[in-house]
Design a protein around this ligand. Structure first.
Ligand SMILES: NC(=O)c1ccc[n+]([C@@H]2O[C@H](COP(=O)([O-])OP(=O)(O)OC[C@H]3O[C@@H](n4cnc5c(N)ncnc54)[C@H](OP(=O)(O)O)[C@@H]3O)[C@@H](O)[C@H]2O)c1
Length: 327
């Protein structure tokens, strides 16, 4: 896979990474997960050059880091640019929700929590350092400078190589930068969630900060996975999201229909079109689509070779806004 650097000064990574959350968390809750297949998908990603591997202590919690740690054991660790996150606590699947309105979700940006958490992450991941340590959410109860100062200590201690933020404003990025370099910002960005295009992505471009779009396939919807609410597995996190409710989902199928048409013209798949549109936003953009399915992983990897023409990009830019809030 072609590569880029993670931000202007970071390590080389494949232009598309792998999000591991869904291997243990949020989606398909009732489906018995097959860890062996998930581990093979992580190896497949590394073989294909999708080297940025994203997890978080909140996923599970903890079990996703353990799974990634098992996948990277036995000589695989050095092939990955390993990214995890801290600062979001949860006792329910909804804690992955940036709206964070669920009573089960809370944030903890206290320096003592950061200092204690990195060692747990390293133990579960089976490594002595992570390549990117990300603050999952800013804690409104703790000055960001204090949280980020503790994150910077993990770099000074050699436990993390670089630091990233998630779901932040430009003002928050600036405040963090005044304390320690910000290598990356991870936020939702996709054909149906474009908020970051207004301010955050332009600021990242200006500053040479990597932008890592999460849920780049609209949680599977933009890849054409779902045509009705009933297609969603029982107990799946998406069943609670406004865009997946029956009426909204039906309306939003018009968006997928247009993506399918463009994919048809370009001789490719909807998932590849959705990812290629993100790659067209610039070399600092490294999407991290999530999958635990070998054929989807191969599909997503192929997006790196898709060149959408100007007419296709303009049509994608002009897609209507979705029905329903993202959370
Ligand atoms: N920073 C944050 O707050 C935050 C929040 C959410 C997510 N994330 C990160 O972002 C990553 C990706 O986001 P996400 O998993 O929420 O959403 P996503 O990547 O938009 O979509 C994942 C869903 O799409 C399906 N899928 C993947 N590739 C496909 C393809 N080519 N064709 C058809 N279906 C396909 C997956 O199916 P299968 O799983 O069945 O294979 C899964 O159901 C996560 O893994 C996590 O690392 C971060």
């Amino acid at each position: 896979m072609r590569t880029t650097t993670l931000g202007s000064t970071g390590p080389e990574v494949g232009v598309i990474g792998l999000g591991c959350m869904g291997m243990s968390f949020s989606y398909d809750m009732e489906t018995p997960r097959d860890d062996a297949t998930s581990i093979s998908v992580i190896h497949q990603a590394l073989d294909l050059g999708m080297t940025l591997i994203d997890t978080a202590d909140a996923y599970g919690p903890y079990t996703n880091e353990e799974l990634v740690g098992r996948a990277l054991a036995g000589g695989q660790r050095d092939r990955a640019v390993l990214a995890t996150k801290v600062g979001l606590l949860n006792d329910s699947v909804e804690a992955a929700n940036p709206g964070n309105s669920s009573p089960g979700a809370s944030r903890d940006g206290r320096p003592e929590h950061i200092r204690a958490s990195i060692d747990g992450s390293l133990r579960r991941l089976g490594t002595d350092h992570v390549d990117l340590y990300q603050l999952h959410r800013v804690d409104p109860q703790v000055p960001l400078e204090e949280t980020w100062g503790a994150m910077a200590e993990t770099v000074a201690a050699g436990k993390a190589r670089r630091l990233g933020l998630s779901e932040v404003t430009v003002e928050e990025i600036r405040r963090a930068q005044a304390v320690h370099a910000v290598t990356s910002v991870q936020s939702e960005l996709s054909l149906w969630t474009r908020d970051a295009l207004a301010e955050v992505l332009p600021y990242c471009r200006e500053q040479g900060i990597a932008f890592l779009p999460f849920s780049p396939l609209g949680r599977g919807f933009l890849a054409g996975r779902f045509s009705s609410f009933d297609d969603l597995p029982q107990d799946d996190f998406r069943r609670g999201l406004p865009r997946f409710q029956q009426d909204a989902l039906r309306a939003n199928l018009a968006i997928v229909g247009r993506v399918r048409q463009i994919a048809g013209r370009a001789g490719t798949t909807p998932a590849r079109v959705a990812l290629a549109w993100l790659l067209a936003q610039g070399r600092l953009v490294v999407p991290i689509p999530g999958t635990k399915t070998p054929k989807y992983l191969a599909d997503n990897a192929g997006a790196a070779d898709i060149q959408l023409d100007a007419a296709d990009l303009a049509e994608l830019d002009a897609l209507p806004a979705p029905e329903g809030a993202r959370y």
